[in-house]
Ligand binder design. Structure first.
Ligand code: DGJ
Length: 703
């Protein structure tokens, strides 16, 4: 390579950057071992009737250079300096980290681009813009652009809504742009800020894939564009409201970090990079994830100390390790119309405060957690009576309410001080191990003194959590936002768990948990056994199906154990102890989502890093289209090793009464040992189960 090009690589991927005239990623994919001069391969041919210069798709492509797709930067100085063109000024490259400074001397703007390919094969990129002029720069947009190879033309995105997070969508784009814009003021259920693109028909185990995630908990835009020369790129940015970013002299602003992962063998291989990176570099806890009991779907707002103690007794008996009191302990909160902001214990419900309950829970051998929603305020609250001006809003307009509540303006110093003060009071005076941090509405007209304040509001939330985390070492926090409305990497840098969804329906959880697992490992994905009759769908599921589904995450139960039948409780005890038995494998092994040709069945499992054992769950989601189910083809096993297959749980009584099947697959009846190679090539035939039931299989290295 010449000095013009920088090549950084790991064991399985390479990144090549052309540094002049501006930094452009010219290759990102499987590792390139050739050390000779590849430079001529990146010399782009040119067609007729085009600009007669190469137009780089830089990390911040400029319209002023002749880049005709979505520019990476838009801004001006009251109408001037609106079309910058940058030139590389300085490059520092050390240990797979490159920092490139580029400057536009005419517009007096400087861009710092930071690129790192870490040992987990995750590429992190960020652009920072600095204003070098004495005149302010009005910035409308600043993004990160990542060019992708032409062969990456299938696109996968994640949309949904409350109770339906992480629904994946697949499209094939040969022309134009797919664009997702989220203006909801939180990461959102509707558009997860992540896109995956790959070679034709990529699947869990096949094809090359490139996944890109924008680590930001507010509004965002992500787009995937195919250009007229068939080159393509993903562009990601936080959205700014008009006038929100005005840079005075020497002031700078950064894009959120963009995290990107390449997988050479399908989606599973890409996920392994994200999962390892998150486990090793992002999360900070270092103890097994305790099994939860969360009170919400058990008692909602009806808190009574004696009853909660009975629930705690039952929970401890079932093997629960952390007991969490949800919404309803503060102010006069008997329903969702009041008291947000009044972070004082409700003496009607807890006459002696929270301490006796906490002590009781601790004496029962469990950790204690409590629910808060610090960013919100109800008009029906003491706080609002005193400070109606603390709403995040634009004066002169009516704010719509959402779940009867409004957003507190945390960019207002006094409001910020009040909220962090109440949280400090809560944590200093009570033996609390865990906060469930909720956020239950979207943000409209986020204004402060007439100006847009969305960026600062998100940063204020980060700051509060950062302060609490450093002041209360060991405190764990869950990010919940009406379920999965705030799941992203920037949040994960400061929290320990996500509440994946308010939907505990085991059938819906198949796609929700799977969707989340593309970027995030199972150990931070809250998955609870809910009531027999799902509170959000009214579907009824056997405890085994609920238990098997909840096993594959950070497990908990979400119900009132005191009211449950002995048979149900036996089920909870069984799955809690199974989870503890396999927890280390499930949380720290490699996840393999299984490829099936339709969603009639689905499945996933985890194989430990040394490939000695694995655990898989197969779910029959619907009636089978055929007399028999598809075979399960495994991946991730050591092809040379021999494995024994064991059924941990097969819940379908239809085999006994012969409704669907006269004969089980032979491997289910006898001790069977197959090589990893055979299981990967021929696979196991499956029985047909009742819809909404499943099977747990263990694969163990044969002795
Ligand atoms: C929404 C959350 O997602 C639920 O789990 C629960 O905590 C409620 N809020 C409480 O209001």
């Amino acid at each position: 390579m010449t000095d013009k090009y920088i090549h950084i690589k790991t064991k399985s991927s390479s990144v090549i950057i052309n540094t002049t005239p501006v930094a452009e990623l010219v290759y990102w994919g499987g590792v390139i071992d050739e050390n000779s001069d590849l430079f001529s391969l990146f010399d782009k041919p040119r067609g007729h009737v085009r600009l007669q210069q190469d137009i780089p798709v830089s990390f911040l492509p400029e319209n002023g250079r002749g880049f005709f797709s979505s520019p990476g930067i838009e801004g001006h100085r009251l109408g001037y300096d609106w079309s910058p063109v940058f030139k590389t000024h300085k490059i520092e490259a050390k240990n797979n980290r490159i920092v490139i400074i580029s400057i536009d001397e005419t517009a007096q703007l400087l861009v710092k681009t930071e690129v790192e390919l870490n040992e987990y094969d995750i590429l992190s990129i960020r652009n920072t813009l600095k204003n070098l002029s004495a005149e302010s720069y009005y910035l409308n947009r600043l993004s990160v652009t990542i060019p992708l190879p032409e062969k990456s033309h299938d696109l996968m995105s994640f949309g949904g809504c409350w109770l339906q997070e992480f629904k994946s969508h697949r499209i094939n784009i040969s022309h134009g742009t797919y664009k997702q814009e989220n203006y909801r003021g939180r990461t959102s259920h509707e558009y997860f800020p992540g896109l995956i693109t790959g070679t034709n028909g990529f699947s869990e185990n096949q094809g090359e894939v490139w996944g890109v995630h924008l680590a930001w908990s507010g509004n965002h835009r992500m787009q995937y564009s195919v250009r007229s020369d068939s080159s393509r790129f993903i562009q990601a940015e936080a959205l700014y409201f008009p006038g929100e970013i005005i840079l005075s002299e020497n002031e700078e602003v950064s894009t959120p970090w963009v995290y990107a992962g390449y997988g050479g063998c399908g989606l599973n291989s890409m996920s392994h990079h994200f999962h390892d990176f998150i486990r090793e570099r992002v999360i900070t806890f270092d103890k097994p994830r305790p099994v939860h009991l969360n009170t919400w779907e058990g008692i909602y707002f009806s808190h009574n100390v004696d009853y909660i103690k009975t629930m705690a007794d039952e929970a401890a008996r079932m093997g629960v390790e952390r007991f969490i009191i949800d919404d309803g302990w503060f102010g006069l909160r008997d329903d969702d119309t009041s008291s947000l902001g009044d972070w004082f214990v409700d003496k009607r419900k807890y006459p002696d405060g929270l301490a006796p309950v906490i002590e009781y829970v601790k004496n029962a051998g469990m950790e204690f957690g409590i629910w808060v929603e610090p960013e919100m305020i109800n008009v029906n609250s003491e706080l609002y009576k005193k400070h109606p001006d603390w709403l995040l809003k634009l004066n002169g307009y009516d704010q719509p309410s959402g779940r009867n509540q409004f957003v507190l303006n945390l960019t207002n110093r006094e409001a910020y001080k009040y909220i962090i003060g109440r949280l400090r009071w809560l944590l200093k005076n009570h033996d609390i191990d865990y906060l469930k941090w909720d956020m239950n509405r979207e943000v409209v007209q986020p204004g402060c003194n007439g100006k847009a304040a969305m960026q600062n509001q998100v940063k204020a939330i980060y700051k509060i959590i950062d302060c609490l985390k450093s002041e209360f070492p060991g405190l764990e926090i869950e990010s919940c936002s009406s379920g999965g409305g705030r799941i992203d990497m920037e949040m994960l840098k400061r929290v320990d768990r996500f509440w994946t969804s308010d939907c505990n329906d085991a059938l819906e959880r198949q796609h929700i948990q799977k969707g989340m697992s593309y970027f995030f490992p199972l150990l931070i994905s809250g998955s609870h056994i809910g009531n027999k009759s799902s509170h959000t769908t009214n579907r009824k599921h056997d405890v085994n199906y609920r238990g098997m589904t909840a096993l594959f995450g950070h497990m908990g139960v979400e119900l009132d154990p005191a009211k449950e039948s002995e048979e149900e409780k036996k089920g909870f005890i069984n799955y809690i102890s199974l989870h503890k038995k396999y927890r280390d494998l499930i949380h720290y092994g490699d996840l393999y989502r299984l490829d099936f040709k339709s969603d009639v069945i689905s499945g996933l499992g985890v194989i430990n890093k040394n490939k000695r054992n694995g655990i898989f769950f197969i779910s029959q989601n619907k009636m089978s289209d055929y007399v028999l189910n598809e075979r399960v083809i495994f991946s991730g096993l050591n092809i040379k090793a021999k494995y024994e297959i064991k059924v941990i749980k097969f819940m379908d009584p239809s085999l006994i009464n012969g409704l669907y099947m006269e004969k089980k697959p032979a491997w289910m009846d006898t001790k069977t040992i197959y090589s990893g190679d055979t299981l990967t090539k021929i696979g196991l035939p499956l029985p047909v189960f009742f819809p909404e039931s499943g099977m747990l299989i263990e694969i163990v290295l044969a002795s």
